[in-house]
Design a protein around this ligand. Structure first.
Ligand code: SF4
Length: 565
């Protein structure tokens, strides 16, 4: 299968004609993704403004057959035909692009109408092809020169396709979990036990799953580890833990999957790093073997490119090509392109080998926040594979949490990312589950998913008479976290509850009224009383030494009365 970008051309100049062509393409090429562009004299064409419809398809048809197909399509649907210059063209590029559509309100098909289509349309211009293709990337200044568009135009339209990306990734089933296609962003994690140690690995997988990890990855690096996988799966199933297991393979994955078929069957997904499957022809063969196992056992695959293990042969060849250019790119730019090429090129190879598109997830992990954001923005603009987000080697403690949050928040806000993992280096003695909690908190604080009731607490200040309210806020947070596994099956929707714990009356009652339930502790100089609000109304005022335990009882009663099914 080849990915082909069909530039259907300018002949289709009215909405109904576009719709007819779209309908036909959808029948002939399931999974097709469309783009449109408004083209005008700005591009050197003459005549009236017109819509240019483009589509990205997977096909085995030859170039000539495609041209014939498009010609027939146009003959059937086009109402007006322009000169030869506008006859359908096929281009061997596999990217989706943006153009100036949203800045042209007078066009036949306004943006609002386009967004009503049951698929996403990316505004596209032919010039944009040069903007975004990693091999031909040009600066905004160069594009301005070529296109005669102004810089603001080009900068603004960049946001449009990205904002619509996540809804349009392909759905990939990983065991009982769906990744992509607009499904809620999946939280995943990875064990750090020796997989050959069945008891410890089972225990950690179960802990991660209990904390909310919806997929758990385990290292499969030795024969012993591969042989342990089926037993790990069986023991988890016996415990009632059905979390899908993902096998992390490097260097010898092809051998391990071949030697231990039960391991290949027990895993729900294989993670393959194209930089670590071997070199040259042997690498290609080993990659192919792993893909063949995925096909044979009907498993999903993550093509997981990592900055630390980028395919050096690919990088070297791209650097050679770059040197031949009239204006060679900076080294960092070529490295960036090589990462993307490694991921998308490997995914294309996997598809060519017969792995269905809906079995492929992509990741492209880097350790720099800005580098990661750019890489994923580019990936999202170039493919519809679900994207696994994660900052690699994020680091320890607050540095790791902040860096991961900064990078992922930007991407998630733009609709990019279908599953996330936070690669924290655990502090000595800290639970592995912290990476799951951080992932959940990112998604919950951004309003994308709810996992556990949220505690709203003020930071405290000179009005705070003691650390009592800090301890109360902490105790309530721990209490809610501990209760969640019990409440989850019993109280539907409790995870969306908010509890405010505030230090004084300045902001206390206000925040308390906004939360489902809130308490305002006495600040310095205030009367030693703590008013409690439920659903915006003051219900009781607590005082004395047992405020904490009494408030906890009030929270429990609130949950039972408001969330019992
Ligand atoms: S609510 Fe009161 S104690 Fe808390 S930060 Fe504001 S003024 Fe300070």
């Amino acid at each position: 299968m080849t990915t082909v970008f069909l530039d259907i051309g300018s002949n289709i100049d009215r909405t109904e004609n576009i719709q007819s062509c779209v309908d036909q393409l959808l029948i002939d090429f399931p999974g097709v993704i469309f783009s449109t562009a408004y083209e005008s004299e700005a591009y050197g064409f003459e005549g009236d403004p017109f819509i240019n419809l483009s589509a990205r398809i997977q096909t085995d048809l030859s170039y000539q057959d495609l041209k014939t197909y498009l010609k027939n399509l146009e003959d059937r649907h086009a109402r007006k035909r322009d000169n030869e210059k506008f006859i359908a063209r096929t281009l061997d590029v596999d990217i989706l692009l943006f153009g100036d559509l949203i800045l042209q309100p007078e066009i036949d098909l306004p943006r609002a109408e386009i967004l009503k289509f049951p698929f996403v349309l990316f505004p596209l211009s032919e010039i944009a092809a040069d903007i975004i293709h990693p091999q031909q990337q040009k600066s905004i200044a160069e594009i301005v020169k070529i296109s005669k568009l102004d810089e603001n135009t080009l900068t603004k339209v960049k946001d449009f396709p990205i904002l619509n990306m996540s809804k349009n990734t392909v759905k990939v089933q990983v065991g009982n979990i769906t990744v992509g296609g607009g499904e809620p962003v999946v939280v995943q994690s990875m064990t750090n036990t020796d997989t050959a140690d069945v008891v410890r690995t089972v225990q950690q997988v179960a802990e991660l799953a209990k904390a909310g990890s919806e997929l758990v990855r385990i290292t499969v690096n030795t024969l012993e580890a591969a042989e342990a996988v089926p037993e790990i799966r069986q023991r988890l199933d016996k415990m009632g833990c059905d979390v899908p297991l993902v096998g992390d393979f490097h260097f010898n994955g092809h051998k391990l999957l071949s030697a231990v078929p039960e391991c290949a069957k027990a895993l729900a997904k294989y993670r393959i790093n194209p930089g670590n499957v071997g070199k040259g022809k042997r690498g290609d063969e080993q990659f192919a073997q792993m893909i063949e196992f995925a096909i044979k056992y009907d498993k999903a695959v993550r093509i997981g490119v990592n900055w630390g293990s980028l395919d050096q042969k690919l990088l070297a060849s791209m650097l050679d090509e770059n040197h031949k250019l009239e204006s060679p790119k900076e080294l960092a730019e070529v490295q960036h392109d090589a990462l993307i090429e490694s991921a998308l090129g490997s995914a294309a190879k996997a598809e060519k080998l017969g792995l269905p598109r809906n079995k492929i997830i992509i990741s492209c992990k880097l350790s720099g926040v800005q580098d990661l954001i750019k890489a994923y923005q580019d990936l999202a603009g170039m493919c519809d594979y679900p994207l696994h987000l994660g900052l690699t080697e994020a680091g320890m403690g607050s540095k790791g949490i902040v860096s991961s949050t900064a990078a992922l928040a930007v991407l998630l806000q733009q609709g990019i990312g279908d599953t996330i993992r936070i690669s924290l280096t655990p502090e000595p003695g800290a639970p592995r589950t912290k990476e799951v909690i951080v992932a959940q908190q990112i998604l919950q604080s951004m309003g994308f998913r709810s996992f556990t009731p949220q505690v709203v607490a003020c930071p405290g200040c000179g009005r705070t008479s003691s650390d009592y309210f800090q301890r109360l806020a902490q105790d309530i947070e721990i209490y809610l976290g501990e209760q969640m596994p019990v409440w989850k099956g019993k109280f539907a929707g409790v995870e969306s509850m908010s509890v405010a714990v505030m230090g004084c009356v300045v902001n206390g009652p206000g925040e308390s009224k906004q939360a489902n339930i809130g308490i305002s502790l006495p600040g310095s100089g205030e009367k030693p009383v703590a008013p409690v609000y439920e659903d915006g109304e003051k219900t009781v005022t607590l005082k004395g030494d047992n405020i904490a335990s009494e408030f906890q009882q009030i929270v429990e009663a609130y949950v039972e009365s408001h969330f019992a099914s």
